[in-house]
Design a protein around this ligand. Structure first.
Ligand SMILES: [Zn+2]
Length: 272
């Protein structure tokens, strides 16, 4: 099944897919184990930094082989890409879905580059996600976030032809200084304004109850990255403090399992 079809199914049923970023074999394994245990489909996400780190072919083959080996239904998505060049290469290499992120650019530029990506993705029948409004990036002030306006969202989706839209409704990338409060009424208004699959970025640290409420109001893809990195590194660092073991295959599983439990919790919370 194409990702677009699965997202449509989720949207109809008021459910969501979890999209997890992976950074290496261990974090990929954490995600796959969690999806297998909970019998949930999953979106595997990679960013430019991950592709720079692992190489494009390794990223695609490792993800696809992993899905096969763990018998998990899943798709590979390129997260937050800013260039046509990488999107073209990723689609050619087998990504099922791409995100063009020009949300920091003027609206005209965002529209133009997003249309171009939709055109490119047609040949591959790939899913296209774009961002409108502004979801603060790591290290940026969250207050500067410009929320997505329902009417602009409708126009943006209609004039670009995208499948999925990342909405700015009060979430942010990285950790929160205080518990975030999503603008759920705005989310409902955006859902009324457009049929696009709505995506929530920056879910790390959002209380489970708000996540489920966001899903019931129309979010059908939830991105998770920061918490995976954080729990993996915390757990690894903790293990290294207490062992002289040099067999890394005995050291990593502790961190892999910690990240996997976190992902299982999220999957149980938003079951698709
Ligand atoms: Zn994001």
């Amino acid at each position: 099944m194409k990702l677009q079809e699965k997202l449509f199914e989720c949207q109809q049923k008021g459910k969501a897919l979890l999209a997890c970023n992976f950074y290496n074999f261990e974090t990929l394994k954490s995600i796959l184990l969690a999806a297998k245990k909970t019998k949930q489909p999953i979106i595997l996400q990679a960013t430019k930094s991950t592709i720079d780190y692992m190489g494009l072919a390794m990223t695609v083959k490792m993800a696809k082989t992993g899905l096969e080996q763990y018998e998990v239904e899943g798709w590979l998505h390129l997260d937050h890409c800013t260039t046509i060049e990488l999107i073209t290469a990723a689609l050619g290499a087998g990504f099922d879905s791409v995100m063009i992120d020009a949300s920091e650019q003027p609206l005209d530029f965002n529209l133009k580059i997003t249309r171009k990506v939709v055109e490119l993705a047609k040949k591959y029948n790939a899913n296209v996600e774009a961002e409108l409004g502004y979801i603060a990036k790591l290290g940026q002030s969250h207050e500067s976030a410009g929320f997505t306006k329902p009417e602009e969202a409708r126009k943006f989706v209609d004039s670009t032809g995208i499948d999925a839209l990342a909405v700015a409704i009060g979430s942010a990338h990285g950790f929160y200084k205080q518990t975030p409060k999503l603008d759920l009424d705005r989310l409902s208004e955006i859902r009324q304004a457009t049929e696009a699959f709505l995506v929530l970025h920056g879910s790390s640290g959002i209380p489970h109850q708000q996540l489920t409420e966001a899903v019931s109001r129309g979010i059908c893809k939830i991105n998770l990255a920061t918490e995976i990195k954080n729990i993996f590194m915390q757990s690894l660092s903790d293990r290294l403090h207490h062992t002289d073991e040099i067999d890394l295959r005995k050291v990593f599983p502790h961190a892999t399992e910690s990240a996997s439990s976190l992902i299982q919790e999220k999957l149980n919370c938003i079951k698709s």
